[in-house]
Design a protein around this ligand. Structure first.
Ligand code: MN3
Length: 211
């Protein structure tokens, strides 16, 4: 059984960009449902890590499992990729941003444009591979596990992520998210792990007991 990870901060910690109401609904209803449906489909089988489940389900064409397990994984990473209070990248990651994008402002513009331009539901990612950085998007429940590289940051583009607080203004949400919520300490740790061949962030391991 996979469990729903707690938020790494209070429900009201990300205000005013994301309200307590949005966070309670998003975590306790949307994310919880993806985890529950994943467990229902698996039916108590010992499935290995959630990363294994996502990759195997996608490879085998089990779309419902791949999408729900993928969304369980995406949201857990999304919570970690946010923190209260504006931060900026430092050190090796900042140097990589300057090398790959000619600076932080250009990266922000690219991230916001890609996220705003993504048609329908999905996710916008900052990805690293071989020390280089790129901005990618995935549709619906597709994850960074299906991209060629490791995720440093991710923002949810589904309307449930921002509609209560920003209505249809996805661009405004993305700009506020980037400026006030992006967790650069997490991104730096992910970047260091990727460069050293380490594992980086992983979804909490399943418990052995059936719930
Ligand atoms: Mn969501």
């Amino acid at each position: 059984m996979f469990s729903l990870p707690d938020l790494p901060y209070r429900y009201d910690a990300l205000q005013p960009v994301l309200s307590e109401t949005t966070m309670r609904t998003h975590h306790d209803k949307h994310h919880a449902r993806y985890v529950n449906v994943t467990n229902e489909i698996l039916g108590g089988e010992q499935a290995g890590s959630l990363e294994d489940v996502v990759r195997r389900a996608r490879a085998e064409g089990q779309k419902k499992l791949a999408d729900n397990a993928g969304q369980a994984w995406n949201h857990a990473l999304f919570w970690e990729a946010m923190s209260p209070g504006a931060e900026t990248p430092q050190g090796d990651l900042l140097a990589a941003i300057e090398a790959s994008f000619s600076g932080l402002d250009a990266l922000k513009a690219k991230f916001v444009a890609e996220g705003n331009g993504h048609f329908g539901s999905g996710w916008v990612w900052l990805i690293t591979k071989d020390g280089k950085l790129s901005v990618e998007t995935t549709h619906d429940g597709a994850t960074a596990l299906e991209l060629d590289g490791a995720p440093l940051l991710v923002c949810d583009l589904w309307e449930h992520a921002y509609y209560l607080d920003h209505k249809n203004d996805r661009e405004g949400f993305l700009k506020a998210w980037w400026g006030q919520l992006a967790n650069w300490r997490f991104a730096e740790a992910q970047f260091a792990a990727a460069r050293s061949g380490g594992k980086g962030w992983a979804y909490p391991a399943p418990s052995q007991k059936a719930a």
